[in-house]
Design a binder for this molecule. Sequence first.
Ligand code: ZN
Length: 159
Amino acid sequence: MLVENNTVVAVHYHGYFLDTKEVFDSSLEREPLTFLVGHGQMIPGFEAEVLGAEMGEKRTFTLEPERAYGHREEERVMAMPIGDFPEEIEIGMTFQAEVQGMPMPFEIITINEETVDCDFNHPMAGKTLTFDVEIVSIRVAGEEEISHGHVHGDGGHHH
Ligand code: ZN
């Protein structure tokens, strides 16, 4: 069986920046990551690069921002009144705003006299990411999983 749309795949992965070898995320000390292929659960390039892989196969690939978390957009940096924040704020702190009921995380990048510049870009936006991936299991997704768009059971939803 090969990885294709509407299969449930478990992978171990090790994600790093190619130039510095700095690791940004890894499943190696955790349970493998399980996802339903073809339902937008993963960044687009990750799924595309494991399509057609077989059980136990290892692949290494590098994703430019277009196929990962997109590019940084300066419009996503917004000034907010400093009075909206606690007194002890520092550059690099992260907070969460709620916009139309959706949680929107952001990072403080500049502190001015009366305002704070808040960066709503995804922390991985603009970055090129390299992954070493190993396919640890592949199975056909159930009809219910396909209609819900996510995995049930091990590594997925329990409901
Ligand atoms: Zn479900």
